[in-house]
Write a protein that binds this ligand. Structure first.
Ligand SMILES: O=C(NC1CCCCC1)[C@H]([C@@H]1CCCCO1)n1c(-c2ccc(Cl)cc2)nc2cc(F)c(Cl)cc21
Length: 233
């Protein structure tokens, strides 16, 4: 039985990533707001665009704390952020969705989201992903590392120096693998399962622009930042 242990520098890396991730806690109040009131499709869309805009901003702050990120080629930094922002947003939404709430609240939240204005055809892939994240019961450190690994995906469009990105992603993958073995000793496939979720996340990438433009309302307005990050308008 291989003895897995976290090295000193891996402990330091974990602390940096976990602290940065905790600082980047997106306002949990999106769930609270949705539980408080039923909103119109227009109000829900506005809530989404506001939340997503602020999430991009905090994601940039989180990314700047990833060791080595700021030493990457500047165009590649932008390409990585642009390439991962939507996935990070769905990953964050899944984590918020999976939070255990007082009984009945999770069902109400799901119902509010189902009736928020999203077209029917996107419900299944989106909620399948949310539920597949939920059943993993990820700890904060795993969520933080998975977000960093998503950002440091070498084969994003327009990334020039892919090797440099791989060199940053590898230590994160190695650390996550060890963490999974230590946190979930009874689930040897847990690490592979986590990485499988990243593949599922990419499929949501393809849907997201249409999810937004098909929101049940007229005249979809986006913030300039979202126009940059999402393939809309
Ligand atoms: O605001 C959202 N997510 C933010 C984004 C930044 C990070 C924090 C969470 C949206 C909501 C959906 C209802 C209408 C208002 O927007 N949302 C989405 C979602 C995101 C993209 C698309 Cl295109 C469709 C739905 N899934 C969610 C799951 C959840 F549990 C909760 Cl609380 C909200 C969620």
């Amino acid at each position: 039985k291989e003895k897995v242990e976290i090295t000193k520098e891996q402990q330091a890396l974990m602390k940096v990533i976990a602290d940065a991730y905790n600082r980047h806690q997106i306002p949990q109040d999106v769930a609270k707001k949705l539980l408080q009131d039923q909103y119109s499709a227009e109000e829900n869309f506005l809530l989404l665009t506001e939340m997503a805009t602020s999430q991009v901003q905090v994601l940039v702050e989180f990314t700047k704390n990833i060791p080595g990120f700021l030493s990457l080629n500047h165009e590649d930094q932008i390409a990585l952020l642009k390439g991962s922002a939507v996935e990070a947003m769905f990953l964050r939404s899944a984590q918020v969705f999976s939070k255990k709430m007082p009984n009945g609240h999770n069902e109400v939240l799901e119902d509010r989201i189902r009736r928020s204005g999203i077209s029917e055809e996107f419900m299944t892939p989106m909620f399948n992903f949310y539920k597949s994240i939920g059943v993993l019961h990820m700890v904060q450190e795993e969520q933080a590392l998975l977000t960093a690994i998503t950002i440091l995906t070498p084969d994003r469009p327009y990334v020039k120096d892919q090797q440099a990105v791989e060199r940053l992603q590898e230590p994160m993958l190695d650390l996550l693998r060890k963490l999974c073995v230590l946190q979930h000793p009874q689930k040897p496939q847990y690490f592979a399962c986590l990485l499988g979720r990243l593949t599922e996340l990419r499929t949501l990438n393809y849907y997201h622009a249409e999810m937004l433009t098909s929101w049940r309302m007229n005249d979809h307005k986006f913030t300039p930042l979202l126009c940059e990050i999402w393939d809309v308008e």
